[in-house]
Structures are given as C-alpha cells and as structure tokens.
Ligand binder design. Structure first.
Ligand code: ATP
Length: 305
C-alpha cells in the first residue's frame, strides 16, 4: 500500500433516470424499484488532501445548501472507509459542486462515491471494486451507480446494478428554485396511490425501453421514457408543469421530471437542438437555470494530478 501525499481529485457524474418504475411500499418502508440510470456529463469534483482531521468545504452556485458536517455523504464515505481500514479519517474533502442540490440528479450520492474513490487512492488502500460497491450501497441507493456510471438497470432499492447498452443522447436540464426531499416525494407517491386505489404493478423496465436506449435512437427513447414519481413531484410542485411544457414547445422530443425532482430533463434530437431547447427554457422564465449535457458519461474517475 502506497499512500499519496499530494491531493487526489475525483470527477463524478450526475444521473437521470430514463425509466423509474416504483413498486408498492414494502414492510420496511422502502419501495422496490426498476430504475434505468444514465450518467450525464454534468460533474462534481471532490479533492481529498491529507489533514489533521476530517473537514469539508464546498464551492459552487448551490454551495450554501450543502451540509459541511458529518451528514455530508462525502464525509460518511471517508469515515466508513477509514473504519474498515483501521485508520483515522484524517482528510480534508473539497467539493466543487456543479450538480444541482436536492434536484433528483443524485448529487449527494455522486459526492459520496467520489470521496470514497479519492480517499481510497489517497490512502493507497486499493480496495477491490466489489467492496467499494458494498460501501456505496451502505451509503445510499443511488451511490453504487455514481461510482460505475455509464448506463445500468438498478433493482432492489435501486442499488443492485446490471450494466445496459446505451447510445449517445443529448439532454437539457432545467434547474428549479429550491429542492424536493426524496422521502417526501415517495410519501406523496404512496398517498396518491392510496387515494386513487390503484393496484401498483411489479416494477420493471420494458424491453422496448432497453432496446431504444441501446440503439441511440432519440425518437424511440422519447416514446418510452417514463418516471412513476412524476405525478407525485408535480403534486408537490405544480409549477413544474409549465417548465415541462416550455421545453416541449421549444423543440424537446420528450420531457420528464428527473428522479424525485424538481430538476426537469429534456431529451433532444442532437446537440444543436439542445442549444435551442435551453434557450427556449431560459426565455420562458419557468426555471432558475439550464444545463446542457450528453450521455452516457463515465463513472467516478481519478483526474491526473
Ligand atoms: P437523489 O437524486 O439521489 O434522490 P438529490 O439529487 O435529489 O438526490 P442531493 O443533491 O443528493 O439530492 O441532496 C439531498 C440532501 O442530501 C440535501 O438536501 C443535503 O441535505 C444532503 N446532502 C448530503 N451530502 C450532500 C452532498 N455532498 N451534496 C449535496 N447534498 C448533500
């Protein structure tokens, strides 16, 4: 084992779910999911530097909303890894935050995966990938995907991953004011299901969706992508309907709430169309900011120092 004395920086992507199928609430309160994750080229960077004790700083447009205490998933990742290795988590973690906070794009999960890889490299631990993935699953349902990136089907709570094929797609993301709490959106999903008395089917990702994803055919993917949490997110944040409509009017092939929201995602025909959709969304005044990205993006990656 050879520890680094110089800082280690890891770049990590955000995600969008092109299919988020939600099953009925389980006795433990979680929901079984069939989750098709796609990593997109919107990145946070986490830098690990040797220090006397575990400390965190964060910069970026939403930095004031990021907790800098031990509840930050990056701090928890460092603590769990250090405890397993029998060492002190003597590290300073700096998060350069570009992924919207509490936006349904797994930004906190991304930082957890990035901090894990950065500390593993800094401390020269060479932890096998399967063990890193176990720690990720302990940190949260979306964290294993942030580590591996690309495109994958997640089952269980979303943490059991199977890689799937994906062609290139172009996206615009509309960032909303404020966040939405993921547990609150799941509670609203349960409330709406009970009020409507609907039978919730077993969650699954259709073969048509997986074929469209693999083909890189944006029109085919636009016809089948879907998010079972969308109605719940719209119920809690009705103004998102205007954002979705503005993106479609601006030329997007499909619009959906990203994960538990409130970020909205717009699938576009190509990079040029994405520029136009982003301009239309900005002009509509229905969102705080727009970001253009493509998929699939690689998972957590150590940057050359
Ligand atoms: P997901 O899509 O996985 O449900 P999200 O993108 O909606 O997550 P996050 O950005 O991960 O939401 O933030 C959710 C909450 O997690 C924040 O409100 C914050 O209190 C907490 N949190 C913990 N660590 C971080 C982090 N590194 N970055 C951002 N938020 C964090």
């Amino acid at each position: 084992m050879s520890a680094h004395r110089t800082p280690v920086t890891v770049r990590v992507p955000a995600k969008v779910n092109v299919r988020l199928a939600v099953g009925a609430a389980r006795p433990d309160g979680f929901h079984d999911l069939a989750n098709v994750f796609l990593a997109v080229s919107l990145y946070d960077e986490v830098t690990a530097t040797p220090a006397d004790a575990l400390t965190i700083t964060c910069t970026g447009p939403d930095a004031d909303q990021v907790p800098l205490d031990r509840t930050n998933l990056a701090a928890r990742a460092a603590e769990i890894l250090a405890a397993r290795a029998g060492i002190e988590p003597a590290v300073h973690l700096h998060i350069a935050k570009n992924i919207p906070v509490a936006g349904g794009m797994a930004g906190g999960s991304a930082d957890g995966a990035a901090a894990l890889l950065a500390c593993d490299t800094l401390w020269g631990l060479d932890t096998p990938l399967t063990e890193l993935l176990d720690i990720c699953a302990e940190l949260g349902s979306d964290v294993p995907f942030s580590l591996v990136g690309g495109a994958a089907l997640g089952t269980g709570r979303g943490e059991l991953l199977t890689p799937v094929g994906a062609g290139t797609f172009h996206w615009v993301f509309a960032v909303a004011d404020g966040g939405l709490s993921t547990p609150a959106v799941f509670r609203e999903f349960d409330r709406l299901a009970e009020a409507e008395g609907t039978e919730i089917p077993e969650p699954e990702a259709s073969p048509a969706l997986l074929a469209a994803l693999a083909s890189g055919d944006a029109e085919a993917l636009a016809a089948v992508l879907a998010n079972d949490l969308q109605a719940a997110a719209l119920s809690l944040r009705p103004s998102l309907a205007a954002t979705l409509a503005a993106g479609v009017d601006g030329g997007a092939l499909a619009a959906l709430v990203s994960g538990s929201g409130p970020t909205t995602a717009f699938l576009c025909r190509d990079a040029e169309s994405a520029e136009k959709v982003a301009a239309a969304l900005s002009a509509s005044g229905t969102c705080r900011a727009t970001r253009i990205a493509s998929s699939p993006a690689p998972g957590a990656t150590v940057l050359p120092s």
